[in-house]
Every structure is written in structure tokens, then in C-alpha cells.
Design a binder for this molecule. Structure first.
Ligand code: DGP
Length: 113
């Protein structure tokens, strides 16, 4: 997708503070962090949103979570972390390329919203 900001980061057209990259996934720090640790884990395949996950592409999502587990160890998120996916307007999704926020570094408590 030529006008997708995350595709541009994946293609190297826009810089990002990367934590991890392989042929299927990229992880980089969020430009507007909402916690002391806030990074995004993004499948390289352009899936616009959670509503577009299918049997054909769900393997990419499973792989994202493998990488989240790896990054939790790499980044020493031993106290715990939260994984957030915003889907659609009411949830505040601003970038239409599937991504998972990983938030950590503070006590977030039991409430989600
Ligand atoms: P969401 O609202 O769930 O669609 O989250 C999109 C996130 O992406 C938001 O927290 C800000 C972040 N973001 C948007 N543009 C860029 C960018 O160019 N670089 C980085 N590192 N993060 C970005």
C-alpha cells in the first residue's frame, strides 16, 4: 500500500526506532508514547484491521504474538505488559495497517478503559 505510513516504515521510506525486524514482522517505538515503554508490533503483510483477519492471513497474527513474547524477554518486561489493538473509529484506530501496541513500565491496574 503506497500511502500507508506503516508500509513506508517497513519499506524504509520513513525512519523508525526499531527494536526488531525479520521478513514477516517489524517492531518499533511509538512516536507518541503513552507509557514509559510503548512500542508497536506490526505484521509486514498489509492487513488493514482486525476485521480483515482471515484463515489465510491469521498465521501472521500468531507470529506477531511469538515476537511479542520474544521482545518481552529482550526488553526485560518482567513486571508485565499490556497488548492493545485498536480496531475502527470508535476504538481510535488511526493507522489502517494492523498493529499491536505493547505498553509497559508502569502499573496499569485492572481497568482497561
Ligand atoms: P492506533 O491509534 O491504534 O492506530 O495507533 C497508531 C499509533 O501509531 C499511534 O500511537 C501513533 C503511532 N504512529 C503513527 N505514525 C507513526 C510514525 O510515523 N512513526 C511511529 N514510530 N509511530 C507512529
Amino acid at each position: 500500500m503506497s500511502d500507508c505510513i506503516f508500509c513506508k516504515i517497513i519499506n524504509g521510506e520513513i525512519p523508525a526506532d526499531k527494536l526488531y525486524e525479520d521478513d514477516r514482522v517489524i517492531a518499533f517505538r511509538d512516536i507518541h508514547p503513552q507509557a514509559p515503554v510503548h512500542f508497536l508490533v506490526v505484521p509486514k503483510k498489509h492487513i488493514p484491521a482486525t476485521t480483515e483477519i482471515t484463515p489465510e492471513n491469521s498465521g501472521e497474527v500468531a507470529y506477531v504474538f511469538e515476537i511479542i513474547a520474544k521482545l518481552a524477554k529482550q526488553e526485560h518486561l518482567d513486571g508485565g505488559f499490556r497488548v492493545v489493538n485498536n480496531c475502527g473509529e470508535n476504538a481510535g484506530q488511526t493507522v489502517p495497517h494492523l498493529h499491536f501496541h505493547v505498553l509497559a513500565g508502569k502499573v496499569m491496574g485492572e481497568t482497561i478503559v
